[in-house]
Design a protein around this ligand. Structure first.
Ligand SMILES: Nc1nc2c(ncn2[C@@H]2O[C@H](COP(=O)(O)OP(=O)(O)OP(=O)(O)O)[C@@H](O)[C@H]2O)c(=O)[nH]1
Ligand SMILES: [Mg+2]
Length: 431
């Protein structure tokens, strides 16, 4: 496959292999130095997750983004000098650059320049495992690359030793590339529609079963997968990398006392998630929209916890999840240093359950909270069913969780957890 076809095929703009990145953090008007530094640190972990070495970084202050270069041209010159002096081969901006800004900065810098969106898209592409996630990330990348095809062409021309004499050919090629990308986008959308149908069917099937469901949501790296693993003893990938999880994983959990529920782990959230990705993952996050309640996990050791809390609630609202019950969980209390500023954050979440998936501390309290919530959604009732009413027993087994079943002389005594709707249908048998 030729390199231009490859480019169209996987939507990858970063066609040149880069190894040493210089990061440019942005301090916007009204933002504190601490916040700006924390955002820069987050970009560092993202780039680290990409597997690219960060050689240095600097904060740039902007009042109004410059439409041509994003930052002032004097400042840009200074940053490029610095990046070159430490042998960086890539500059990464912690911002959303327009295709025009990106192209102009690249021209001035003479090296590859990417923005925060491309970093996140790259990580997602690397992490996607299932068919649905792969298709969605491919689509998001292509949509991102479409207005940037000219730039990609400059890259390829540069690789081939300049295409100045070849300009006309390049432009025709650009047109045909654009058509090819558009065609590819259309076919991806069609394929995604099909995959979505299958998942909706599965969800419907699940909804027919009476087991209540919950979704674990939260900022990336909060410990969502670790919590699912702890509760189920399973081994969903959990690591100190951002966006370890892209696909929802569901597991059935039994609580002490026999009550069961389905718990789904979801993709982590992050500030300034690229729009194309938010759209792409909306369908995946629908798992949360269909859940009976939400478990929101926060990393108590992260100095940005308040911001993570807000970002997550905003995404939930975006998904139309407003009135669902949320259990807030503060994770990693084992790593909390006494007297630290982060410790004060405990006070900001007085109703949260404090846990550690490392030591297991507090997890019983969480189970207790879930139990109480499930009781509110589903009632536990004792019934005496006539011996000849097997249809009701079948209904209970289908629609509820039978906790106890005992044969008596005058009928079958059953303790069952059912939704309030079923409960009202069985009033006459309640004892
Ligand atoms: N100290 C400490 N670290 C934890 C705890 N729980 C999880 N971690 C670590 O936090 C990191 C992230 O954990 P994950 O479970 O992958 O987090 P996640 O929320 O699923 O992350 P994404 O899938 O990337 O959104 C891993 O390095 C875990 O080992 C805990 O209770 N204490
Ligand atoms: Mg995870």
């Amino acid at each position: 496959m030729s390199s231009d076809l490859e480019l169209v095929d996987n939507g990858n703009i970063l066609s040149e292999k880069c190894e040493a990145a210089f990061l440019v953090g942005i301090r916007e008007r009204g933002e504190s130095d601490i916040d700006a530094q924390e955002h820069l640190d987050e970009l560092k972990s993202l780039v680290d997750t990409m597997g690219i070495n960060v050689v240095d970084s600097e904060l740039a202050i902007i009042r109004e983004p410059n439409p041509k270069l994003f930052i002032g041209s004097g400042k840009l010159e200074e940053l490029v000098e610095k990046a070159k002096s430490i042998n960086a081969d890539l500059i990464i901006f912690d911002a959303e650059l327009s295709p025009r800004q990106q192209r102009n900065i690249e021209e001035q810098a003479g090296m590859t320049v990417i923005d925060r969106q491309e970093v996140i898209l790259d990580i997602f592409a690397d992490r996607a495992n299932t068919k649905e996630a792969t298709l969605q990330v491919q689509l998001a990348r292509l949509e991102y690359s479409l207005p940037r095809l000219t730039r990609a062409w400059t890259h390829l021309s540069r690789q081939r030793g300049g295409a100045k004499g070849n300009r006309g050919k390049g432009e025709t090629q650009l047109e045909s590339d654009r058509r090819m990308v558009l065609k590819y986008i259309t076919s991806l959308k069609k394929e995604i529609k099909e995959v979505k149908k299958t998942r909706e069917l599965m969800r419907k099937k699940r909804a027919e079963r009476p087991v209540p469901s919950a979704a674990i949501v939260g900022y990336t790296n909060a410990g969502k997968s670790s919590l699912l693993n702890f509760l189920t003893g399973s081994d969903v990938l959990a690591e100190d990398k951002l966006f370890a999880t892209l696909d929802p994983t569901s597991r059935k959990i039994s609580l002490p006392g026999g009550r069961e529920f389905i718990l789904t782990d979801t993709v982590g959230f992050i500030r300034k998630l690229p729009h194309d990705l938010v759209d792409a993952f909306k369908s995946t996050l629908e798992e949360a929209a269909f859940a009976d309640f939400i478990i929101h996990v926060l990393d108590i050791t992260n100095p940005n916890i308040m911001h993570h809390h807000t970002v997550t609630l905003e995404v939930l609202e975006d998904l139309g999840i407003k009135d669902k019950k949320i259990i807030t969980v503060l994770n990693k209390i084992d790593a909390l240093k006494e007297g630290s500023i982060e410790e004060l954050n405990l006070l900001k979440f007085p109703n949260a359950v404090k846990i550690s998936t490392y030591t297991g501390e507090g997890v019983d309290n969480l189970r207790e909270r879930v139990n109480t919530l499930l009781l509110e959604l589903h009632s536990e009732i004792k019934l005496l069913i006539p011996l000849d009413r097997w249809d009701i027993i079948a209904l209970l087994k289908r629609e509820g969780t039978v906790l106890k079943e005992e044969y008596m002389d005058n009928g079958i005594e059953v303790i069952v957890s059912v939704s309030n709707k079923i409960k009202s249908q069985l009033k006459e048998y309640i004892v």
